[in-house]
Design a protein around this ligand. Structure first.
Ligand SMILES: Nc1nc2c(ncn2[C@@H]2O[C@H](COP(=O)(O)OP(=O)(O)OP(=O)(O)O)[C@@H](O)[C@H]2O)c(=O)[nH]1
Ligand SMILES: [Mg+2]
Length: 199
């Protein structure tokens, strides 16, 4: 079996029973978390990497509202599909609940191996993207930056411009071109490269 659904974390109250002594739902595999704004392509990327339609994808932003965990047997890891941020139409109370859930999870899970931080390659990092980057950097959690939807960058010059702008925005965080992976699930660009990096 390539991968399977494990469990959903919808409420911080579940954490004490979910995470115990480094185990998540009784499993020891290290966790990798997919983080990024709503609609950036987190669930799609998980499906591409795991080669299975396991995470729910939607054209409607804000689809993933809880943290869904999957077992990635091939790589002996647990994949966490997180709810996206930056969805303007969400009420403040819901945003607060979101922050509380993610904060609680990240402070509880000590077996978090890496965070994949996804930015939309068409727009580059937003203010919230950079806040997320700082949050994980401050906690000393290794970060892999992924630029998504590169199939939408149609021309060579558009790609070059975006690349330059994104590197500029990230230079303050001592990130360089080699820290970035540019992917597309549509044309499968760099999916294998990213899979290899996560090993
Ligand atoms: N063209 C193109 N579209 C993509 C790509 N990846 C994802 N999409 C589309 O973007 C939309 C959102 O994808 P999701 O994977 O659901 O995004 P998400 O980050 O999980 O969104 P939330 O769960 O709302 O936070 C869907 O319509 C996908 O088909 C890509 O590489 N290229
Ligand atoms: Mg999603």
């Amino acid at each position: 079996m390539a991968s399977e659904y494990l469990i959903t974390l919808a409420d911080p109250g579940q954490i004490p029973t979910l995470i115990k002594r480094g185990f998540l739902q009784g499993r020891a595999e290290p966790r990798i978390a997919f983080v990024g704004r709503s609609n950036v392509g987190k669930s799609s990327l998980i499906n591409a990497l795991l080669e299975q339609k396991i995470a729910r994808v939607s054209a409607m932003p804000g689809k993933t509202k809880a943290i869904h965990f999957f077992i990635w047997h091939d790589q002996k890891k647990i994949v966490a599909d997180l709810p996206g941020y930056g969805f303007a139409k969400v009420a403040q109370s819901e945003k607060n609940a979101w922050i509380h859930l993610l904060d609680s999870y990240f402070s509880a899970d000590k077996a978090l191996e890496c965070v994949l931080l996804l930015f939309d390659s068409r727009h580059g990092p937003t203010e919230q993207d950079l806040e997320a980057l700082e949050f994980f950097a401050d906690q000393g959690i290794p970060i892999q930056i992924v630029l998504t939807k590169t199939d939408q960058l149609k021309t060579q010059s558009e790609r070059a411009t975006r690349k330059r702008e994104i590197l500029d925005a990230l230079s303050a965080y001592t990130l360089t071109a080699s820290d970035l992976v540019w992917v597309s699930v549509k044309d499968k660009k760099s999916i294998a490269v990213l899979r290899e990096r996560l090993k």
